[in-house]
Ligand binder design. Structure first.
Ligand code: SF4
Length: 266
Protein backbone atom coordinates (compact mmCIF):
# COMPACT_ATOMS: atom_id res chain seq x y z
CA UNK A 1 0.00 0.00 0.00
CA UNK A 2 2.34 2.75 -1.12
CA UNK A 3 1.34 6.20 -2.29
CA UNK A 4 0.90 6.79 -6.02
CA UNK A 5 2.11 9.89 -7.90
CA UNK A 6 -1.40 11.36 -8.36
CA UNK A 7 -2.09 11.07 -4.65
CA UNK A 8 0.92 13.01 -3.43
CA UNK A 9 0.12 16.24 -5.23
CA UNK A 10 -0.39 18.55 -2.28
CA UNK A 11 0.81 18.57 1.30
CA UNK A 12 -0.37 20.48 4.32
CA UNK A 13 0.28 20.67 8.02
CA UNK A 14 -2.77 18.49 8.73
CA UNK A 15 -1.76 15.84 6.20
CA UNK A 16 1.74 15.55 7.63
CA UNK A 17 0.46 15.64 11.21
CA UNK A 18 -2.11 12.95 10.36
CA UNK A 19 0.66 10.61 9.16
CA UNK A 20 2.68 11.31 12.30
CA UNK A 21 -0.38 10.68 14.50
CA UNK A 22 -1.87 7.49 13.01
CA UNK A 23 -0.64 5.95 9.77
CA UNK A 24 -3.86 4.01 9.31
CA UNK A 25 -5.97 7.18 9.52
CA UNK A 26 -3.62 8.72 6.96
CA UNK A 27 -4.15 5.70 4.70
CA UNK A 28 -7.94 5.93 4.95
CA UNK A 29 -8.03 9.69 4.46
CA UNK A 30 -5.39 10.39 1.85
CA UNK A 31 -4.88 7.14 -0.02
CA UNK A 32 -7.91 4.83 0.11
CA UNK A 33 -10.60 7.55 0.14
CA UNK A 34 -13.40 5.00 0.17
CA UNK A 35 -16.32 7.03 1.52
CA UNK A 36 -18.70 4.09 1.31
CA UNK A 37 -16.72 1.84 3.62
CA UNK A 38 -15.04 4.55 5.66
CA UNK A 39 -17.28 7.58 5.78
CA UNK A 40 -15.44 10.45 7.51
CA UNK A 41 -17.45 11.93 10.39
CA UNK A 42 -17.04 15.14 12.34
CA UNK A 43 -17.39 15.51 16.07
CA UNK A 44 -18.71 17.96 18.65
CA UNK A 45 -15.31 19.47 19.47
CA UNK A 46 -14.29 20.12 15.87
CA UNK A 47 -17.70 21.64 15.06
CA UNK A 48 -17.48 24.07 17.99
CA UNK A 49 -13.89 24.90 16.94
CA UNK A 50 -14.93 25.58 13.33
CA UNK A 51 -17.88 27.72 14.44
CA UNK A 52 -15.61 29.80 16.72
CA UNK A 53 -13.09 30.17 13.88
CA UNK A 54 -15.89 31.35 11.54
CA UNK A 55 -17.07 33.98 14.03
CA UNK A 56 -13.53 35.24 14.67
CA UNK A 57 -12.97 35.44 10.90
CA UNK A 58 -16.15 37.51 10.54
CA UNK A 59 -14.95 39.87 13.28
CA UNK A 60 -11.49 40.37 11.74
CA UNK A 61 -13.05 40.73 8.27
CA UNK A 62 -15.33 43.41 9.79
CA UNK A 63 -18.48 41.53 8.75
CA UNK A 64 -19.48 41.28 12.42
CA UNK A 65 -18.77 43.66 15.30
CA UNK A 66 -17.36 42.30 18.53
CA UNK A 67 -20.43 43.76 20.31
CA UNK A 68 -22.70 41.54 18.22
CA UNK A 69 -20.52 38.41 18.31
CA UNK A 70 -22.03 37.00 21.51
CA UNK A 71 -25.59 37.22 20.16
CA UNK A 72 -24.45 35.77 16.83
CA UNK A 73 -22.85 32.83 18.66
CA UNK A 74 -26.00 32.12 20.70
CA UNK A 75 -28.44 32.50 17.78
CA UNK A 76 -26.45 30.39 15.31
CA UNK A 77 -24.98 27.74 17.60
CA UNK A 78 -27.60 25.03 16.93
CA UNK A 79 -27.32 25.42 13.16
CA UNK A 80 -23.54 25.05 13.27
CA UNK A 81 -22.95 22.46 15.97
CA UNK A 82 -24.97 19.35 15.23
CA UNK A 83 -22.91 16.67 16.95
CA UNK A 84 -23.53 16.03 20.63
CA UNK A 85 -21.36 14.85 23.50
CA UNK A 86 -21.85 14.52 27.25
CA UNK A 87 -24.41 17.12 28.45
CA UNK A 88 -22.14 18.60 31.13
CA UNK A 89 -19.35 19.09 28.55
CA UNK A 90 -21.71 20.83 26.13
CA UNK A 91 -23.07 23.07 28.88
CA UNK A 92 -19.57 24.02 30.04
CA UNK A 93 -18.31 24.62 26.48
CA UNK A 94 -21.26 26.88 25.69
CA UNK A 95 -20.60 28.89 28.86
CA UNK A 96 -16.86 29.21 28.13
CA UNK A 97 -17.48 30.42 24.56
CA UNK A 98 -20.16 32.93 25.54
CA UNK A 99 -17.88 34.24 28.33
CA UNK A 100 -15.12 34.62 25.75
CA UNK A 101 -17.21 36.85 23.48
CA UNK A 102 -18.59 38.79 26.44
CA UNK A 103 -15.14 39.59 27.81
CA UNK A 104 -12.58 39.59 25.00
CA UNK A 105 -11.25 42.83 23.59
CA UNK A 106 -9.09 43.27 20.56
CA UNK A 107 -7.81 46.77 21.38
CA UNK A 108 -4.22 45.50 20.98
CA UNK A 109 -5.02 45.04 17.27
CA UNK A 110 -4.81 48.84 16.82
CA UNK A 111 -1.04 48.41 16.47
CA UNK A 112 -1.46 45.94 13.60
CA UNK A 113 -2.58 45.95 10.00
CA UNK A 114 -4.67 42.92 9.02
CA UNK A 115 -2.92 41.32 6.05
CA UNK A 116 -5.22 38.31 5.73
CA UNK A 117 -8.02 36.41 7.45
CA UNK A 118 -8.21 32.64 6.84
CA UNK A 119 -5.49 33.48 4.37
CA UNK A 120 -4.91 30.75 1.79
CA UNK A 121 -1.22 30.48 0.87
CA UNK A 122 0.43 28.17 -1.64
CA UNK A 123 4.09 27.37 -1.27
CA UNK A 124 6.73 24.70 -1.72
CA UNK A 125 9.04 22.86 0.63
CA UNK A 126 11.75 20.86 -1.08
CA UNK A 127 10.06 19.21 -4.06
CA UNK A 128 6.63 19.32 -2.47
CA UNK A 129 3.66 21.61 -3.06
CA UNK A 130 1.90 22.79 0.07
CA UNK A 131 -1.20 24.75 1.03
CA UNK A 132 -2.13 26.43 4.30
CA UNK A 133 -4.83 28.68 5.71
CA UNK A 134 -3.57 31.16 8.29
CA UNK A 135 -6.30 32.20 10.73
CA UNK A 136 -5.01 35.76 11.01
CA UNK A 137 -1.93 37.30 9.42
CA UNK A 138 -0.95 40.68 10.81
CA UNK A 139 1.73 43.26 10.18
CA UNK A 140 3.00 45.25 13.15
CA UNK A 141 2.66 48.95 12.21
CA UNK A 142 5.51 49.82 14.57
CA UNK A 143 8.24 47.74 12.91
CA UNK A 144 6.63 46.40 9.69
CA UNK A 145 7.12 42.79 10.78
CA UNK A 146 4.63 39.95 10.29
CA UNK A 147 2.82 38.15 13.10
CA UNK A 148 0.83 34.93 12.73
CA UNK A 149 -2.23 34.26 14.91
CA UNK A 150 -3.78 30.81 15.16
CA UNK A 151 -7.00 30.22 17.13
CA UNK A 152 -6.89 27.13 19.32
CA UNK A 153 -9.56 25.44 21.39
CA UNK A 154 -7.02 23.60 23.56
CA UNK A 155 -5.88 25.00 26.90
CA UNK A 156 -3.13 27.62 27.31
CA UNK A 157 0.03 25.47 27.38
CA UNK A 158 2.31 27.26 29.87
CA UNK A 159 2.48 27.18 33.65
CA UNK A 160 1.17 30.51 34.96
CA UNK A 161 3.74 33.30 34.84
CA UNK A 162 6.37 31.15 33.08
CA UNK A 163 7.32 29.90 29.63
CA UNK A 164 7.48 26.37 31.00
CA UNK A 165 4.93 24.05 29.35
CA UNK A 166 2.46 22.11 31.45
CA UNK A 167 3.34 18.43 31.21
CA UNK A 168 -0.03 17.48 29.69
CA UNK A 169 0.38 20.16 26.98
CA UNK A 170 3.82 19.16 25.68
CA UNK A 171 2.50 16.96 22.87
CA UNK A 172 0.10 19.64 21.58
CA UNK A 173 2.72 22.34 21.95
CA UNK A 174 5.20 20.37 19.82
CA UNK A 175 2.60 19.65 17.14
CA UNK A 176 1.33 23.24 17.03
CA UNK A 177 4.87 24.61 16.91
CA UNK A 178 5.44 22.48 13.80
CA UNK A 179 2.28 24.02 12.34
CA UNK A 180 3.34 27.59 13.13
CA UNK A 181 6.80 27.17 11.61
CA UNK A 182 5.28 25.76 8.42
CA UNK A 183 3.10 28.88 8.26
CA UNK A 184 6.20 31.00 8.87
CA UNK A 185 7.81 29.28 5.89
CA UNK A 186 4.68 30.08 3.81
CA UNK A 187 4.82 33.74 4.85
CA UNK A 188 8.48 33.97 3.89
CA UNK A 189 7.79 32.51 0.43
CA UNK A 190 4.71 34.63 -0.22
CA UNK A 191 5.71 37.94 1.41
CA UNK A 192 9.52 37.85 1.50
CA UNK A 193 10.02 37.88 5.29
CA UNK A 194 9.66 35.46 8.15
CA UNK A 195 7.23 36.56 10.87
CA UNK A 196 8.85 37.90 14.03
CA UNK A 197 6.50 35.88 16.23
CA UNK A 198 3.62 33.43 16.21
CA UNK A 199 0.71 33.56 18.67
CA UNK A 200 -1.94 31.05 19.69
CA UNK A 201 -5.28 32.50 20.73
CA UNK A 202 -6.65 30.06 23.32
CA UNK A 203 -10.28 31.15 23.04
CA UNK A 204 -11.55 28.41 25.38
CA UNK A 205 -8.99 29.34 28.03
CA UNK A 206 -10.10 32.94 28.73
CA UNK A 207 -8.64 34.05 25.40
CA UNK A 208 -5.08 33.78 26.75
CA UNK A 209 -2.46 34.48 24.10
CA UNK A 210 0.67 32.28 23.94
CA UNK A 211 3.45 33.71 21.79
CA UNK A 212 6.65 32.13 20.49
CA UNK A 213 9.40 34.11 18.82
CA UNK A 214 10.59 32.96 15.41
CA UNK A 215 13.97 31.21 15.70
CA UNK A 216 15.89 30.21 12.58
CA UNK A 217 17.50 27.12 14.17
CA UNK A 218 14.09 25.73 15.21
CA UNK A 219 12.74 26.57 11.76
CA UNK A 220 15.55 24.55 10.08
CA UNK A 221 14.93 21.60 12.38
CA UNK A 222 11.18 21.60 11.75
CA UNK A 223 11.52 21.92 7.96
CA UNK A 224 13.80 18.86 8.08
CA UNK A 225 11.12 17.06 10.07
CA UNK A 226 8.51 17.79 7.38
CA UNK A 227 10.73 16.48 4.58
CA UNK A 228 11.67 13.39 6.58
CA UNK A 229 8.04 12.67 7.47
CA UNK A 230 6.90 13.06 3.85
CA UNK A 231 9.64 10.68 2.69
CA UNK A 232 8.45 8.19 5.31
CA UNK A 233 4.85 8.57 4.12
CA UNK A 234 5.87 8.01 0.52
CA UNK A 235 7.72 4.82 1.41
CA UNK A 236 5.26 3.49 3.96
CA UNK A 237 3.93 0.02 3.20
CA UNK A 238 2.03 -1.09 6.30
CA UNK A 239 0.11 1.96 7.58
CA UNK A 240 -0.34 0.49 11.05
CA UNK A 241 -2.72 2.16 13.53
CA UNK A 242 -1.66 4.15 16.57
CA UNK A 243 -4.12 3.71 19.41
CA UNK A 244 -4.97 6.56 21.75
CA UNK A 245 -8.22 6.15 23.72
CA UNK A 246 -9.53 9.72 23.51
CA UNK A 247 -8.49 10.31 19.92
CA UNK A 248 -9.77 6.93 18.66
CA UNK A 249 -13.08 7.12 20.54
CA UNK A 250 -13.94 10.79 20.27
CA UNK A 251 -11.99 12.70 17.65
CA UNK A 252 -10.95 10.45 14.78
CA UNK A 253 -13.13 10.85 11.69
CA UNK A 254 -13.08 7.05 11.25
CA UNK A 255 -13.90 6.11 14.86
CA UNK A 256 -17.06 4.29 13.76
CA UNK A 257 -15.57 2.49 10.76
CA UNK A 258 -11.88 1.80 11.55
CA UNK A 259 -11.66 -1.95 12.14
CA UNK A 260 -8.89 -1.57 14.72
CA UNK A 261 -11.03 0.79 16.76
CA UNK A 262 -14.13 -1.40 16.40
CA UNK A 263 -12.11 -4.39 17.61
CA UNK A 264 -10.76 -2.41 20.57
CA UNK A 265 -14.25 -1.22 21.44
CA UNK A 266 -15.38 -4.87 21.42
S1 SF4 B 1 -9.73 5.13 15.09
FE1 SF4 B 1 -7.65 5.24 15.92
S2 SF4 B 1 -6.54 3.56 14.97
FE2 SF4 B 1 -8.38 3.90 13.74
S3 SF4 B 1 -7.78 5.30 12.14
FE3 SF4 B 1 -8.56 6.52 13.80
S4 SF4 B 1 -6.77 7.09 15.02
FE4 SF4 B 1 -6.18 5.36 13.72
Amino acid sequence: MSETKEQKERWSYSRTACFANCKYEYYLKYILKDDEMYLPEGNYYSEVGSFMHDILAKIFDKELTLDNALMYFVENFDDNVLYKTRYSTMEKTFEICTDYFAEVDFDWLDNYEVVGVEKELHFTLGDYDFICYIDLLLKDKRDGKYVIIDHKSVEYPYIKGTKKPKKRCIHNLTTYTNQMYLYAHAVKQNYGDFPKEMTWNHFKDEGKLATIDFEKSIYDEIMDWYIKTIHEAENEKEFLPTYNWFYCNVLCNYRNSCEYQLENRG
